[in-house]
Design a binder for this molecule. Structure first.
Ligand code: GLC
Length: 623
């Protein structure tokens, strides 16, 4: 622990030490050795937190964040209440694409530490009930990877076919270019081999050739290597692009899905409680394919990001109308029983506008990227607070939506304190600056000379680390950080947010988005491990039949009402289905008037929202 970090005893005591289901709020992650079963569906209720290791905490004073630094901040993450850390790539890499250009899958980048540091990180996280997943880039490697060097130098050698080579740069012409700011073609000529190689991203990131069974096997070996070290899963980066076929756009091909099914089978065989999270920036109908077959409960990825929802949250609030959100959720197909969406507001990339229409994209640029410097590829390179003009009401509304819409929320490091960005840094570095811990040198991120930092910290008068930092916000009960922590706590008290059905309520006021989240454990779908077709076996040959602590006979219902307008708004909701229920506001526990026959009238301040628990009417409880 560093000197600036509050120790667990200094942190304000959590008012919710126990979940309503009797389990401590964050139990250690059970180990295979213990006789308690692991919970194979933990990801459905988890709050995820995306960490740029390079930018979180520097333990050895070299100006770059590292694994030991992150481990030293584990108490903070536990205090915040997050359930799972997602590590951006930690592998050996020349770092020309933030580590997504891997040069050795089995090594940790020395700047970040060692395999031993990684194992320690996972252990320290598990002790605190926090899981750890990491990015895995299967689609491509760095051109520095020994496989690529062997492939270009020795076309007939064992790695000759590890990449996609061609004499014809017009092949697969229907595939779009993704990094339009830097690339003009998906092919680049290699003078060493005298052929073109295929790449969906930067030209220094050649795509692996998944037609080659050796590539398929090599990648499974990589997965196993990290799973054996105790990792809880992977964010599968750029997963739609594994295969190519002439006459198609080379995305979401059936061969890609077959390979993912194979990976899932391998993972389930030995590691039954790990998670695969698909990064597939696609339309909902295409993304749901990454969950696999409905009748199996899901046999590809357990989770997938909901890319089209994200820009529509920004659009709906700026237009002060719920329709962009309502429409995309209405178009989102049902997902298999064992699966979950990952939802997010911002991440380490540009706010992508690939999944919107041309008109919507123009609108988003006009509203959220007023300076051309804010644009990157097909998107906007800004952080959440900057996009929302640092408006506290909007920050709260967006966070409330993130924590209540269907799916598991994925927060981006620094957004919990409203960190700013630096649009003058290259590529997407503007949203990857050092985490701001204290008002001290380098924001408490590193003790090095400021010139040595991997990127300059934010120092402007609004978002600068001198005033905006974790230490200051931990001391201020009304800070965004304290508020966010409280909201996470409330979410964790109600597993319905992760598990429940979603039903939008229509109202005559288009500025208000109201919905009910509802979960009834008694009628819930069969649990994994007890599905038809036999039981799955955990390591050690044990069946996962024992219910997890939260899986008691519980029902829960939450009504969420959000005012997307900057002005106060009234709304009348038809809540007759809940007649006799007395709504209880979740933040303060205040009871509201009981629901009767008449439309239920609520008034909301500009950008205000309510979360109400709808407990069963008294007579039901007494029955
Ligand atoms: C993913 C990552 C992005 C990276 C790209 C290419 O989209 O999120 O940061 O540049 O893959 O690897």
């Amino acid at each position: 622990m560093t000197e600036h970090q509050p120790s667990a005893t200094q942190l304000p005591a959590s008012p919710i030490a126990m979940s309503p289901f009797g389990a401590p709020a964050s139990e250690p992650v059970p180990d295979f050795a213990l006789d308690r079963p692991r919970d194979p569906e933990w990801y459905k209720r988890a709050v995820f937190y995306e960490v740029l290791v390079r930018g979180f905490q520097d333990a050895n004073g070299d100006g770059t964040g590292d694994l030991r630094g992150l481990t030293s901040r584990m108490d903070y993450l536990q205090w915040l209440g997050i359930d799972c850390i997602w590590l951006l790539p930690i592998y050996e890499s020349p770092l020309r694409d933030g580590g997504y250009d891997i040069s050795d899958y089995m090594k940790v980048l020395p700047d970040y530490g060692t395999i031993g540091d990684f194992v320690e990180l996972v252990e320290e996280a598990h002790k605190r009930g926090i899981r750890v997943i990491a990015d895995l880039v299967m689609n491509h490697t760095s051109d520095q990877h020994p496989w690529f060097q062997a492939s270009r130098n020795d076309p007939d050698g064992p790695f000759g076919d590890f990449y996609v080579w061609s004499d014809d740069p017009d092949k697969y012409a229907d595939a779009r270019i993704i990094f339009v700011d830097t690339e003009t073609s998906n092919w680049t000529f290699d003078p060493v081999r005298g052929q073109y190689y295929w790449h969906r991203f930067f030209s220094h990131q050649p795509d692996l050739n998944f037609e080659n069974p050796n590539v398929q096997d090599a990648m499974i070996e990589v997965l196993r290597f990290w799973l054996d070290l105790g990792i809880d899963g992977f964010r599968l980066d750029a997963v739609p692009y594994l295969y190519e076929r002439e006459g198609t756009n080379c995305e979401n091909l059936k061969e890609t899905h077959e390979y993912l099914k194979r990976i899932r089978t391998e993972v389930d065989k030995l590691y039954p409680d790990r998670v695969l999270l698909a990064e597939a920036n696609q339309w909902p109908a295409d993304v749901v394919q990454y969950f696999g077959d409905e009748e199996t409960g899901g046999n590809e990825c357990h989770m997938a990001f909901h890319f089209p929802l994200m820009p529509r949250i920004f659009m709906a609030v700026r237009r002060e109308q719920r329709y962009p959100i309502s429409e995309i959720l209405a178009q989102t197909p049902k997902i298999p029983a064992g699966c979950q969406w990952g939802i997010f507001l911002r991440n380490h990339d540009e706010l992508t506008l690939e999944m919107v229409t041309d008109d919507e994209r123009d609108y988003m640029y006009a509203e959220y990227a007023k300076d051309p410097q804010m644009k990157a590829n097909i998107g906007i390179r800004r952080r959440l607070a900057a996009l929302l003009d640092n408006d506290r009401n909007q920050l709260e509304l967006f966070t409330a939506l993130l924590l209540s819409l269907p799916g598991s929320p994925v927060m981006y490091y620094g957004d919990e304190i409203g960190m700013g960005d630096n649009i003058w840094l290259g590529d997407r570095d503007g949203v990857r600056t050092p985490m701001q811990w204290t008002p001290d040198r380098n924001g408490g991120f590193s003790s090095c000379d400021p010139q040595r930092l991997y990127l300059p910290p934010i120092m402007d008068p609004i978002y600068g680390y001198q005033s905006l930092n974790v230490e200051a916000q931990q001391r201020s009960p009304g800070s965004l950080l304290q508020w966010t922590r409280r909201m996470i706590e409330i979410r964790k008290r109600h597993p319905v947010f992760g598990l429940g059905a979603y039903e939008e309520l229509t109202s005559s006021n288009p500025s208000v988005l109201a919905f009910v989240r509802e979960y009834d454990a008694r009628s819930a779908l069969p649990r994994w491990g007890r599905r038809e077709g036999g039981t799955a076996e955990g390591a050690g040959g044990r069946e996962w039949e024992q219910p997890t602590p939260w899986e008691h006979d519980e029902t829960d219902r939450i009504l969420c009402v959000n005012n997307l307008s900057r002005f106060p708004q009234p709304v009348e909701l038809d809540l007759r289905r809940f007649i006799g229920v007395t709504p209880v506001e979740c933040m303060g526990g205040v009871t509201f008037p009981p629901i009767g026959e008449l439309p239920y009238l609520l008034t909301l301040p500009g950008h205000g929202f309510y979360w109400f628990q709808l407990p069963p009417p008294r007579e039901d409880l007494e029955r």
